[in-house]
Design a protein around this ligand. Sequence first.
Ligand SMILES: CC(C)(COP(=O)(O)OP(=O)(O)OC[C@H]1O[C@@H](n2cnc3c(N)ncnc32)[C@H](O)[C@@H]1OP(=O)(O)O)[C@@H](O)C(=O)NCCC(=O)NCCS
Length: 161
Amino acid sequence: MVSLRALTPDDAPALQCVYSGASVLYTTGKALTLDQAEKKIRTALAGAAQAPRAQWSWGILTDELIGLIALRRRSVSMGTISYILREDTWGNGYATEAAKHVVAFAFSTTGLDRIEAMHHPANPASGRVLTKAGFTRIGTSDQHTEDGTAVPFQVYASRNR
Ligand SMILES: CC(C)(COP(=O)(O)OP(=O)(O)OC[C@H]1O[C@@H](n2cnc3c(N)ncnc32)[C@H](O)[C@@H]1OP(=O)(O)O)[C@@H](O)C(=O)NCCC(=O)NCCS
């Protein structure tokens, strides 16, 4: 079972472990330095202080911090979620559980009625996570890599019912 909580500055070393190895292969492509992890936490905390709020980030915890999940408002009624878990914790249902919590939060608390998410085409595990969390695949969106190549990310959506 996982729980979610706001990040704190002390989470930086654990967050650096999350953003490493296979976990960054199909997201940012780059491992985080400790400085970058600290900056990411500062940005999340600044987002939490904004009004109206457009961004929510949570650490995903078992007995320690194993991942990060975020919700961003993109318009009055539409938001997006993203998540990343430390590689050695994969395959336990943790991402699915965290995604379900955040979708429930989004629909009950923020006024959003549609959530979208996307994943790299070579990362089918993330598609499974989204399907298990109640999302439907709606198409693809070309994302451009640093060398200009277009990668057709798979796009999913979930509606408040
Ligand atoms: C994608 C990711 C979040 C999955 O986390 P997780 O905690 O292992 O996910 P879960 O255990 O909840 O579910 C994984 C599902 O994918 C399936 N899966 C794993 N590898 C797979 C593969 N190669 N092909 C198809 N399905 C796969 C699992 O079997 C499981 O489905 P099941 O319950 O039906 O068996 C994790 O791999 C990750 O952090 N990846 C890097 C970051 C990322 O890609 N984020 C998504 C973009 S926002």
